[in-house]
Design a protein around this ligand. Structure first.
Ligand SMILES: [Fe+2]
Length: 321
């Protein structure tokens, strides 16, 4: 595909303390230059004979394509991040920043601090405010080159911390540049992007339709229960053929054969909740919890199973055979 130049979003003459000359140079030379470079890379890639080209050449071109494309996207975001008055944060945006950072001021301190830290260490790159649909929240982060963005994240505000973004107006005075950026943020545009990002459907989570009605607990819930001293009976219901080869078990759990529930169910108390789990949390743990519920126990299965527990650094003990 051929990448097109996006018209400049910001009106340079409206900026407070950032000159049109700086924006024009940034847009024409850095942004425009990268669009042209990306098109040259794409043309090169399209013209390659894949059967005779070394994988190294393709690797390098694909890496350069990724870097140039991200640079373009981030510059377009940068040029649409400024042009406002920087101070009046609209209500929805105030709510989102307060939800995820505690307050607008705390967000601001962190964002400015990250930009200053890049400058202080002689680094360059971007500081981004990004919405992560998986978690439904905003996060500030540093990108030390054009390829450092959050997978699946949608950046809604960007400050360009490469020298070309400020040197013409501010010389080496990054602090003045960051302050000028902050007082020119176009909050209406940032809010619009955040609202749009919040409508993005998060990636699908594991669904087991056959156990949709079965109550479950997370690994983190169980860790919290154990930490707080909640009385709970934890049953490791990994299949016998699996457990004979296993060397470890969750600390606090006892293994019970899921195929012989009738032999051991009566040993459980109906006064305390029961949590069951299997290897990964798919079937056996759920079926065991279901069978215990049928017998009148307050049983739930632990999503993620034994490996979910281990992945969260849950305590483990050696399994005695
Ligand atoms: Fe730039």
């Amino acid at each position: 595909m051929k990448y097109m130049i996006a018209p400049l979003f910001v009106r340079p003459w409206t900026l407070n303390g950032i000159s049109p000359h700086l924006i024009e140079s940034h847009y024409e030379i850095n942004y425009g230059g990268t669009v042209n470079r990306l098109n040259a890379i794409v043309e090169q890639l399209d013209g390659l004979d894949r059967s005779t080209t070394s994988p190294d050449v393709i690797h390098r071109l694909k890496r350069d394509e990724f870097s140039a494309l991200n640079s373009i996207l981030l510059h377009e975001l940068y040029f649409s991040s400024i042009g406002g008055d920087g101070r009046a944060v609209p209500p929805d945006m105030t709510m989102a920043l307060s939800r995820d950072f505690g307050s607008v001021n705390r967000w601001r301190d962190e964002f400015i601090g990250l930009a200053a830290s890049l400058a202080a260490t002689g680094g360059a790159g971007w500081v981004l405010l990004t919405f992560v649909p998986r978690d439904g929240r905003l996060i500030n982060h540093v990108a030390t080159d054009d390829r450092h963005t959050i997978a699946g994240g949608i950046p809604v505000l960007a400050i360009d911390m490469y020298e070309h973004a400020y040197h013409l107006d501010f010389g080496a005075n990054c602090t003045a540049y960051i302050a000028a950026f902050m007082r020119n943020i176009d909050w209406e545009a940032v809010e619009q992007r955040t609202q749009n990002a919040a409508k993005v459907t998060p990636p699908p989570k594991l669904v087991q339709p056959e156990f949709a009605d079965m109550p479950s607990v997370s690994v983190e819930d169980v860790q919290e229960m154990l930490k707080s001293g909640t009385r709970v009976q934890i049953i490791d219901a990994r299949p016998r053929h699996y457990i004979t080869k296993a060397t470890e078990i969750m600390d606090g759990a006892v293994w019970r054969d899921p195929e012989r529930i009738d032999d051991w169910a009566a040993d459980l108390s109906k006064d305390d909740p029961v949590i069951t789990f299997c290897v990964y949390g798919f079937h056996i743990g759920c079926q065991t919890a279901m069978a215990l519920r049928d017998r009148g126990f307050d049983a739930k299965y632990m999503a993620g199973g034994h490996y979910g527990w281990k992945a969260k650094n849950g305590a483990i003990r050696l399994l005695e055979t």
